[in-house]
Design a protein around this ligand. Sequence first.
Ligand SMILES: *Cc1c(COP(=O)(O)O)cnc(C)c1O
Length: 385
Amino acid sequence: MRFSKRLDNIPPYLFAEIDRKIAAKEAAGVDVISFGIGDPDVPAPKPVVDTLCSESRNPVHHRYPSYFGLKEFREAAAGWFEGRFGVRLDPETEILPLIGSKEGIAHMAIATLDPGDYSLVPEPSYPVYGMGTLLAGAKPYFMPLKPENGFLPDLGAVPPEVLSSSKLLWLNYPNNPTGAVAGERFFAEALQFAGEHDLVVAHDNAYSEITYDGFVAPSILQLGGAADLAVEFHSLSKTFNMTGFRVGFACGNARVIEALGTVKTNIDSGIFNPLQLAGITALERMQETVRSMREIYRSRRDMLVRGLEGLGWDVTPPKGSIYIWMPVPGGFDSVGFSSHVLDRAGVFFTPGNAYGPSGEGFVRISLTVPGERINQALSRLREAF
Ligand SMILES: *Cc1c(COP(=O)(O)O)cnc(C)c1O
C-alpha cells in the first residue's frame, strides 16, 4: 500500500511518551489529577439535551439534513451574533453551520490554498490551523507568539518572499493555549496588513464568551472593512458545554463562506437537524449558563493562581480562555517539568511545546477540573515542592 505524501508531513505525536507515563502511573494505582484536557467537565444545559431528545423522535429529521444548515439555525446564529456584537449578518450568505468549528477550520485550507501556497499560522496554537494547511498540500508559516508581545504575532516580521505566496492569516483570541486576549486595535492592524497583502483573515473566536475581569472579547467583524476579507469561527462547544454535540458556525465575508460551503457540500452532508435545533435552544435561551460557567472558570482560575503563586511559581491570571499558561520554574524544560510534577505529585500539566516550539518553557493548565480536585492537586503540589 502507498499513502499520500501529505501524511508524511504530519509530525509524529510528540507526547506519546507522556501518555504512556500517565497510563503507567494510573496502572500503578496513582489517582492522576489531569489539567491536560480542554473539554468542559460540566454537562450541556438540560433544555439543550431535552430539545435534542424530543426532536430526535420526529421522523422528519431522520432524512438528510440541508447542506447549508437549517434556515432557523442560521437565523438563530445571526440573532445571537447581532445581540452579542451589534453586527447584522445575512443568514443566507454570511453564516454557514459547521460540524463543530474544527471541521470548518480544517476545510478552510482546502477552500483557500493550493500546493505551494502559505498560510500564516501563530504558534503555539490549536494544531488544526497548521495541520489543515499541511493536509491541503500547502505550507504553514509559523509566527511565534511571545510573552513580550502579549502573545500577539509580529506581522511585520513575516518575510516578503513568504508573504507574496500567502493567502490566509489565522488568528485566535481569546487564545488557546496562552490565555491571551486581543482588542480592537490589534484586529484593525491585522485587517490593514491583510488588505495590503491580499490575505483572507480567519479568526477563531471559540472562547469569545469565556473572559474575566470585565474584559469583553470583540468580534473581528465589528471592525470597519472586515466584511471585505474576514471570516470568524464560532463554536457552541466551550460556550455551552457542548463539545460532544459538534455544532459551530463560520460567519463573515460571503465569498469565503460560499467557497467553504462548496468544499463542505462535496465532503459532508450537514448536521443532524435535532442537533441544530438543540443549538438554537443554546443560542437563544442559555445566556444564564454562559454567565455561570464564566464564574465557575474564574473561581477555579483564582484558586489555581493563588495556589501556584504560593509555591513560588510565576503565574499571570489569563483574561480569557480556559487555560493558565505558566512559565516552568527554574532549570526545567516543558516536558521535564511536566514529568517531574507527574512523578512527584500525580498531577498532570500539558507541556507547552505540544502547541509549537515557542511553547517551550511553558505548561498549559486547563480550568476544566472541579474545585475540590484543584484543592487536592494544590495540596499534593505543596507537599511535593
Ligand atoms: C476547542 C477549540 C476549537 C474546537 O471547537 P469545536 O467547535 O468543538 O470543533 C476551536 N478552536 C480552539 C482554539 C479550541 O480550543
